[in-house]
Design a protein around this ligand. Structure first.
Ligand code: SAH
Ligand code: SF4
Length: 371
């Protein structure tokens, strides 16, 4: 005779909140809802954002009952790392896997006087810039606040950068230049950057954060007004006809409208300039006339121009301009009084071009399932 199965319909365990996604105000609301005083939120904030806490047991200045209460309610989970590659030049690239299985990338680029973390704001991208690999990836969703902040914390964990703000820190700058269009995910990006800038936490200055957009004009002004971070524009072409093709959002917000929005970006000065990103595509956008038209287009706006050698990917229709062409282009721009550094390609041995690692990993997975 078999015994009846025990009743397993237990009450569902409420899922815990990832604390990395909570603004300071939201954290205070959670803590006071537990019946705890507000200063507990401050303690918790400092542990998470100043000391990089991963387990609530690390909070040595709190009694065990409170630590347990926090552990029941919160997690401080970073995204999972599905691949990690390190280049001979020190560049590190992480392919991250989020709780729902979606993936995005972040890249750490060390330099002599700084260490820059390039983070993603979306899984894939809804835009389809013709030279960009991310634009070919079908799956798209916005990253959540904890997923954006999690990229920063994960890098700081790996770089042993705790406590935040120590003098020899390795992560000194953040650029929102990974996968996705940050201004299509403004609210999450803004909250994540406010958290990263908080003085009681990581305390990264707004001057050390750069947001790159393909030109989502309606969100540009408030990026400056509310966050005050540096602005980079993916320009890539100086004629509407060509830019419509390379950066299709140009059809909605053409050059004149985009440049006008940049002219009105809050806080611009010689010390705080707009960065114009310009990918060098052989025979497409790299002529002397293009360089001259570029100078004319941005006249009167405090600017620097970042010339980016095109990073080819399997199936791309473009090739990178020759070194002589890039130098010539750069010289014309420089003679007009603009700084125009040519971005040195980094991590080329580890597929560091935007979106490449993710695609390579998806291809490998498709192939292995076919087998
Ligand atoms: N969506 C935002 C931010 C991510 S793209 C934007 O477009 O600005 C970050 C930068 O990398 C952009 O300037 C983009 O144009 C550039 N980029 C994309 N694919 C590239 C490639 N294959 N080679 C060189 N630069 C590329
Ligand atoms: Fe998206 Fe930027 Fe790539 Fe264009 S360049 S497809 S906006 S990630």
């Amino acid at each position: 005779m078999s015994l009846p199965a025990p009743n397993m319909a237990a009450t569902p365990v409420p899922s815990r909140i990832n604390i990395l996604g909570l603004s300071r105000a939201a954290l205070e609301a959670e803590v006071t809802a537990l019946g705890l005083p507000k200063f507990r939120a401050r303690q918790l904030w400092r542990w998470v954002w100043r000391h990089g806490l991963t387990s609530f047991d690390e909070m040595s200045d709190l009694g065990k009952p409170v630590r347990d209460q926090f552990a029941e309610l919160f997690t401080a989970d970073r995204p999972a790392v599905s691949r990690r590659l390190q280049s001979v030049d020190g560049t590190i690239k992480w392919l991250l896997r989020f709780a729902d299985g979606h993936e995005a990338e972040s890249v750490y680029i060390p330099d002599k006087d700084r260490g820059t973390l390039c983070i993603s704001s979306q899984v894939g991208c809804t835009l389809t810039c013709s030279f960009c690999h991310t634009g070919t990836q079908k799956l798209v969703r916005n990253l959540t606040v904890d997923e954006i902040c999690g990229q920063v914390l994960l890098a700081m964990d790996e770089l042993a950068d705790w406590p935040a703000g120590k003098p020899d820190r390795r992560l000194t700058n953040i650029v929102l230049m990974g996968m996705g269009e940050p201004l299509f995910n403004y609210d999450h990006v803004a909250t994540a950057m406010r958290i990263t800038m908080s003085n009681e936490g990581i305390g990264l200055s707004k001057r050390r954060i750069t947001l790159s957009t393909s030109g989502v004009v309606p969100e540009i002004f408030r990026t400056g007004e509310e966050l005050g971070v540096n602005l980079a524009i993916s320009l890539h072409a100086v004629r509407d006809e060509l830019r419509n093709e390379l950066v299709p959002i140009n059809r909605k917000y053409p050059l004149e409208v985009l440049v006008d929005a940049c002219r009105r970006y809050p806080g611009l000065s010689n010390a705080r300039r707009i960065t114009w990103e310009y990918v060098m595509l052989d025979g497409v956008n790299d002529s002397d006339d293009d360089a001259k038209a570029l100078i004319k287009l941005i006249r009167g706006i405090p600017s620097k121009i970042n010339l980016i050698p095109f990073n080819p990917w399997p199936g791309s229709v473009y090739t990178c301009s020759s070194k002589t062409r890039i130098d010539r282009f750069s010289k014309i721009v420089m003679n007009a009084g603009y700084a125009s550094p040519v971005r040195t390609p980094r991590g080329q041995d580890i597929l560091a071009a935007c979106g490449q690692l993710k695609s390579a990993s998806e291809r490998a997975r498709r192939q292995s399932t076919r087998v």
